[in-house]
Design a protein around this ligand. Structure first.
Ligand SMILES: NC(=O)N[C@H]1NC(=O)NC1=O
Length: 177
């Protein structure tokens, strides 16, 4: 992972460097980072996160669904074929999704497919804040929601994932780690 930047260092980045560095804070989310850059100077790391959230909050239902469609299924095809982003690999490991039993794997795959059939976008949850059992329970519970509630709930999880990814990339203190 590259060295963390202080907020003054983040504020000094040109937009191309900023997008290169923060374009993955939201999965395949270079557009979100490109929008956040307009809000410079950032006052703090939480202000940086707030600007990403601000963009996500103003999206239409279709826009929110589009953001969710950029995320891989947890323990799905991309994970099996080694096609996950570096960030997502770390998050899968944190939740214990890299060591599922055959039964757990089947359960999660079936629930993910049922969820996508109902909503038209994948189930998204912050894997660094949930272990595998909580993820399976969450999937079952959230399956009962309606599509608008689920788009908002999914995007709230995107914000949590983004917050943790940004923490890995930038810090409030002016000195580098
Ligand atoms: N589907 C889904 O939730 N994917 C994600 N969650 C997370 O923490 N990292 C991801 O890639």
């Amino acid at each position: 992972m590259s060295q963390k930047l202080s907020i003054p260092e983040v504020n000094a980045l040109g937009y191309e460097e900023f997008i290169d560095r923060f374009g993955g804070a939201v999965e395949h989310g270079r557009l979100v980072a490109a929008a956040a850059w307009s809000a410079r100077p950032f006052l703090s790391a939480s202000d940086l996160h707030f600007r990403f959230c601000e963009f996500l909050d103003q999206l239409s239902q279709a826009g929110k669904e589009a953001v969710l469609r950029m995320y891989p299924d947890l323990a799905g095809k991309l994970a099996n074929s080694g096609g996950l982003t570096e960030e997502s690999v770390r998050e899968h490991k944190a939740a214990g999704l890299d060591s599922l039993s055959a039964d757990e794997h089947r359960t999660l795959s079936e629930l993910n497919e049922a969820y996508k059939t109902k909503f038209g976008f994948p189930f998204v949850i912050c894997a660094r804040e949930n272990k595998k059992d909580a993820i399976i329970q969450g999937l079952k519970r959230r399956m009962e929601n309606d599509v608008r509630t689920e788009a908002v709930t999914g995007v709230n999880e995107v914000k949590k994932i983004c917050h943790l990814r940004l923490q890995d990339l930038a810090e409030d203190s002016t000195s580098k780690m």
